[in-house]
Design a protein around this ligand. Structure first.
Ligand code: TYM
Length: 333
């Protein structure tokens, strides 16, 4: 069976190093392994308060980031979730086979809903059902994501199995999460126990794809560490979350193992290591940022790429939805 690879990112704000190392970098390497569909998950982005004036621009910016990072629109289809109506339609069908108890256990929901879960919106609560629809609608075999999406994908597999079991069919493909590389969970630069995230209050906690060289240097310089030198063994590193995070980031950017990074920097002061880390980040991100800005100067070109991707996405999604509805017993021509 040829692979069908699908993934997406929310256009909530600028992408950060975690998005790049945990997902985007892997997407680029998968383009010759099967049909790739990379989506801008804008329907997901409205589950938290958002700015309606910037949603459209953020959608283009995310698409530009995909391309700037190396996704080739001639190989992969880039599309906008809200432009393919079938996502919302399939979500409703799948909602009828999704258990509240399982949704309540989703850690992302618990984090985002905060203390007052009673007031959280139904959209935020049912977000993983929409994500299941995103994946199942394309019969995706593989879903390259960071570690934080694993639980959502397990639920998507669970929902697909429920459908197949309930209707005595093998219709839906069970998607495999593809969580690869050394940096599947990049942590905050201010707290090594929290993941790097777009929604964290302090911008100093993350490196954005749009940060310039000076800011990247500053953020790494101020990154939290402990008073000891760079760890000189994996065991020592594993006990020190902030040090571990910086070593993990370095290793992922350099395509090296943590052992190799420790062999070079172990026992030395953090000052020099942070300088080297900033240089490496700039060398990786500056060309991406530059390409992204060049693409954004020509929004019509991005729109044309997205329109083409939307057409391909609809071509796959339409018949899958129709067949799912037939299996469920709906009247269909
Ligand atoms: P989102 O927009 O939060 O993140 C996009 C991708 O980046 C990964 N990621 C990270 N990886 C490593 N370290 C981090 N600190 C880090 N933060 C984020 C995420 O795992 C993700 O791969 N629900 C998804 C979007 C989505 C989706 C889908 C993904 C909607 N439908 C269908 C796959 C398939 C999300 O909010 O990702």
């Amino acid at each position: 069976m040829t692979k069908r690879i699908l993934s997406g990112m929310q256009p909530t704000s600028h992408l950060h190093l975690g998005n790049y190392l945990g997902a985007l970098k892997n997407w680029v390497g998968l383009q010759d392994e099967g049909e790739c569909l990379y989506m801008v998950a804008d329907l997901h982005a409205i589950t938290m308060p958002y700015d309606q004036d910037t949603l459209k621009q953020a959608t283009r910016e995310i698409a530009a980031a995909y391309i700037a990072a190396g996704v080739d629109p001639d190989k992969a289809s880039l599309f906008v979730q809200s432009s393919v109506a079938e996502h919302s339609q399939l979500m409703w069908l799948l909602a009828t086979m999704s258990q509240m108890g399982k949704l309540e256990r989703m850690t992302q929901f618990k984090d985002k809903a905060g203390k007052d879960a009673e007031r959280a919106g139904l959209g935020l609560f049912s977000y993983p059902v929409l994500m299941a629809a995103d994946v199942l609608l394309y019969q995706a075999t593989d879903v390259p994501v960071g570690d934080d999406q694993k639980q959502h994908l397990e639920l998507a597999r669970d929902i697909a199995s429920t459908f197949n079991h309930r209707y005595d069919t093998e219709f839906f493909t069970l998607p495999e999460p593809m969580i690869k590389g050394g940096a599947t969970r990049v942590m905050s630069l201010r707290d090594g126990t929290q993941k790097m995230s777009k929604s964290a209050e302090s911008d100093m906690s993350r490196i954005n794809l749009t940060d310039d060289a000076d800011l990247i240097v500053k953020k790494f310089k101020k990154a939290k560490t402990d008073p000891h030198p760079v760890p000189d063994s994996i065991d020592n590193m594993n006990e020190r979350p902030e040090a571990k995070n910086l070593i993990t980031i370095y290793a992922a950017l350099a395509d090296r193992s943590a052992e190799q990074v420790i062999a070079e920097f172990g026992g030395k002061g953090f000052g020099d290591f942070k300088k080297a880390l900033a240089e490496l980040s700039i060398a990786t991100l500056a060309p991406i940022t530059e390409r992204m800005n060049a693409l954004l100067a020509n929004p019509a070109e991005i729109d044309a790429i997205l329109e083409k991707g939307n057409a391909r996405a609809r071509e796959i999604a339409g018949p899958v939805l129709k067949d799912a509805m037939k299996i469920m017993g709906f009247w269909q021509k």
